[in-house]
Design a protein around this ligand. Sequence first.
Ligand code: NDP
Length: 409
Amino acid sequence: MKKNNVLIIGAGGVGRVAAFKCAQYRDIFHNITFASRTKSKCDTIVNDIYAKGYTSSIRTESIDADKIPELTALIKDVKPDIVINVALPYQDLTIMESCLATGVNYLDTANYEHPNTAKFCYEPQWNYDEKFRQNGILALLGCGFDPGVTNVYTAYAKKHIFDRIDTLDIIDCNAGDHGYPFATNFNPEINIREVSAKGRYFENGTWHTTEPLSIKKVFDFPEGIGQKNIYLLYHEEMESLVKHYPEIKRMRFWMTFGESYLTHLKVLENVGMTRIDPVIYEGHKIVPLQFLKMLLPDPAILGSQTKGKTCIGCWINGEKNGIKKYYYIYNVCDHEACFAKTGSQAISYTTGIPAALGAKLILTGQWQGKGVFNIEQFDPDPFMQEIGNWGLDWIETFPSKPNPILENS
Ligand code: NDP
């Protein structure tokens, strides 16, 4: 039997979970190479994986994935069947280039971003479609939770629950508390760029732009989480979902934020600390947001002290057999339980598991294709059948009417 080789790039919180999951499923991921800029981070994670009793063969390497020649050489040496990119969005294009040069499948969890412009859009990666097709390889974009599982939930709802989807609200709640007045649960630079950007939602064929965090509602979350403020944000999966489900009349993305987080963010913005353009300080060029990142707690260390739950899901209104139908599908994770399993809090956990499962479905041929794909383009069934066993249960409810909070303006 052919042995599968996988190369995981990026030893952060998400990389840790992806490596744990690949090691757990050693019948699929026979040989694992784990590479990051800082090799010692890979070694620490691998030691933790072995300490949990997993016995996969895991090689670690140092790589700067911004450098295409070095990365291409590493890929030629490792000969992976797939590269799981869980480094930062800045590396998406260089890793895709190296996959093209070596004829290897590619998977990531976040759309490409240029370090100097916070622009969340799939175009630079979709532009690779023809080249990936010609090379006979596949790139799967956005295979985390959101984007990722939320796209699969939508594809599953369209396949099994609705003839037509009218509205989609993706609602992301992190009700966890890490004990710090201000910290981010994943890479601070990426997180703050996303949150401080203008909001955007899709309605009746048009994108509408809103001031950052200017639209707020109070949503009642299940499983004891209760009422939380949710804020309208732009999120990248809406771009691909609008493209692949043109029937959807209104699509929005919501995220919870605590008061302390928002107050700190406002002050940091007001004093210029979230700027991504370089400023000269005592003769040195510094990017304020990158400097701020150095001062904030590393998300990797938050795991051990984060308590509470996450709840991410899709509220969908639509029609089946001519009858209006309402559907809410979600996952709930407990930060402490996630940490006990992998050493990462729930945000990394809910991202790393879909990345590893997506890679499995490609390796086993359950998801096939040539070119660049978003996850909703594949059959949701094999993913939905397995994701619960992999650690992300889903719960579906069929309310009798639209959600009044989401519907009132
Ligand atoms: P972290 O900052 O914790 O980790 C990123 C890792 O990438 C770091 O360990 C870093 O390496 C490595 N890295 C950065 N630059 C390079 C480079 N040039 N070459 C090689 N390695 C590099 O981030 P997270 O783990 O929190 O997030 C990982 C990805 O997951 C991000 O793209 C993020 O946007 C995405 N994400 C997606 C979500 C979803 O639901 N779809 C949710 C959360 C995150 P080192 O430390 O070795 O220097």
